[in-house]
Design a protein around this ligand. Structure first.
Ligand SMILES: *[C@@H]1O[C@H](CO)[C@@H](O)[C@H](O)[C@H]1NC(C)=O
Ligand SMILES: *[C@@H]1O[C@H](CO)[C@@H](O)[C@H](O)[C@H]1NC(C)=O
Ligand SMILES: *[C@@H]1O[C@H](CO)[C@@H](O)[C@H](O)[C@H]1NC(C)=O
Ligand SMILES: *[C@@H]1O[C@H](CO)[C@@H](O)[C@H](O)[C@H]1NC(C)=O
Ligand SMILES: *[C@@H]1O[C@H](CO)[C@@H](O)[C@H](O)[C@H]1NC(C)=O
Length: 260
């Protein structure tokens, strides 16, 4: 939990830079998303008008969820089922306080960025399901240690599920069903139901059938024990960030955080 506390304070400091010094980067992020995504239905073209410029104007854009309605600071992007095409959106790195991304049920294709954790390190929820993403699942996702939800089902992902996913101890929702994956399921993911792994011809090991060349199982980490901790952490995190508006600009807190 010490790690969580430090992370929380660090994130408060991070977000304080957008609170106290403007939120140009979040706006830059959305402009970059608008330019990089193919939007045949025109959802972004019709609702994302950057000419207003008032506090919180981006919070009214379709798909944008802000930390606070009067602040141009992105909490999450919800782009489920908007008919998007093309590759993974670009420039998300500049949405530096973002903790959730939903791209589900679009027609996006190409690889998942191999440096995805550098672009969005604090993600608690990442939903890329029901698209046409291909290539391997980046092992770098294991660096997104705050992930509670990771939905990758119904894409064209191939290769193995990275062993490093053992590091994702906060996962409570996980699916890679209906892809082209192969190999053994990492031991830490074996508490998830088989339905989260089905539809991959070459995937094997518990909770699916044993692998034919049955490798010896290594000891798994129990997912259950971390669920309570994860919920508590996320709750504290949301409350703290929500109220950060009123105290984060205080010099004493900033000095304290910097001291850590
Ligand atoms: C954006 O809004 C401004 C004023 O509200 C309007 O003049 C402009 O035409 C709009 N731009 C687009 C692309 O809709
Ligand atoms: C921006 O939008 C707000 C709320 O929709 C509106 O009250 C305000 O007049 C707009 N400002 C400009 C410059 O268009
Ligand atoms: C983030 O915003 C800055 C400043 O506008 C810009 O120079 C940079 O290219 C952006 N980064 C990405 C990854 O788009
Ligand atoms: C996805 O794109 C393909 C062709 O590029 C098209 O045939 C299909 O209808 C699209 N699916 C959706 C859900 O938009
Ligand atoms: C995690 O991030 C570090 C630093 O960016 C990188 O060197 C490492 O390869 C990443 N881990 C994985 C499994 O990709």
């Amino acid at each position: 939990m010490a790690g969580d506390t430090k992370f929380l304070l660090w994130l408060l400091l991070l977000s304080s830079s957008t609170l106290c010094f403007g939120s140009e980067l979040d706006i830059q992020c959305l402009k970059s998303v608008q330019q990089s995504v193919i939007d045949p239905v025109g959802v972004l073209k019709s609702s994302w008008n950057f000419s207003n410029g008032s506090d919180g104007y981006i919070c009214k854009f379709i798909g944008v969820v802000c930390w606070h309605p009067d602040e141009n600071r992105v909490l999450a992007l919800r782009f489920g089922n908007l008919g998007f095409e093309g590759s993974f959106p670009q420039g998300l790195q500049n949405c530096s306080s973002m903790i959730g991304l939903d791209l589900s049920s679009n027609n996006l294709s190409g690889p998942i960025p191999p440096d995805i954790s550098r672009q969005m390190p604090y993600m608690t929820s990442l939903d890329l399901s029901y698209n046409s993403f291909s290539g391997e699942i980046p092992s770098d996702i294991s660096n997104m240690t705050y992930l509670g939800l990771l939905n990758l089902q119904h894409n064209q992902l191939s290769g193995q599920i990275p062993e490093q996913f053992d590091l994702l101890t906060r996962l409570t929702t996980f699916s890679v069903a209906d892809n082209l994956l192969s190999g053994t399921i990492p031991s830490s993911l074996r508490n998830f139901l088989a339905s989260n792994f089905v539809g991959n011809k070459e995937l094997c090991g518990s909770p699916l059938d044993e692998c034919s060349d049955s490798r010896k199982e290594t000891g798994g980490i129990s997912g259950e024990s971390s669920i309570g901790a994860a919920v508590g952490f996320i709750l504290g995190f949301v409350v703290a960030l929500y109220f950060s508006r009123w105290f984060i600009c205080s010099k004493r807190l900033r000095a304290y955080v910097l001291h850590i």
